[in-house]
Design a protein around this ligand. Structure first.
Ligand code: PNS
Length: 170
């Protein structure tokens, strides 16, 4: 059985992530979506919210897809779980530069690890978690950027974060 990990911060999951997952399921039998920390980024949504958004969005694939969180290195996670393949999506040249560097570092730490890049279609080029966060901030419409099942949960979680912030400022 061929298994892979699809790592990321998923802050929050987008239709771009879902597209990568769908493509990866044509190759792999089992995929674990693993939420990791990216020390370059301070996440907006708490870990449990991000996990819930992914679970809701991937319910249709539940026999093949699982979701978990991991604190530490991706290469260590793969070693521990006997996973040899990492899936990453590429939207643009800028993704390529960053992702190939990460893939090489991961392989230096764990020589058994191969990163598989799946190229996103042009219509996904503008879709990213950061765009979703910015639209939320300015009260924009996020419906074409996030999976349908995660739309209301994301909006509700964002409102909760905002009301918490207001309470703390008063
Ligand atoms: O969605 P992102 O932010 O592009 O995902 C990046 C992520 C979380 C996959 C990456 O930062 C990562 O692998 N973090 C875990 C720590 C690690 O293994 N870093 C690479 C070696 S320095």
């Amino acid at each position: 059985m061929l298994k892979a990990v699809f790592p990321g911060t998923f802050d929050p999951i987008t239709v771009g992530h879902l597209d990568v997952l769908r493509r990866a399921l044509k190759i792999f039998d089992r995929i674990t979506i693993a939420i990791f920390e990216n020390i370059q980024k301070k996440p907006l949504f708490p870990l449990e919210d991000r996990l819930a958004f992914i679970s809701k969005s991937t319910q249709v694939f539940r026999t093949k897809v699982s979701v978990e969180t991991f604190e530490g290195l991706l290469s260590e996670y793969c070693k521990k779980n006997q996973i040899r393949f990492v899936i990453k999506g590429l939207r643009a040249l800028s993704d390529y530069e960053y992702e190939t560097k990460m893939a090489l570092i991961n392989r230096e730490i764990n020589p058994d690890l191969e990163t598989i890049f799946l190229v996103s279609p042009p219509e996904m080029a503008t879709i990213s978690s950061s765009v979703v966060r910015e639209l939320l901030y300015f009260n924009g419409d996020i419906s074409r950027y996030v999976p349908e099942k995660a739309l209301q949960p994301i909006i509700a979680a964002y409102k909760k974060l905002q009301s918490g912030k207001l309470r703390n400022n008063n």
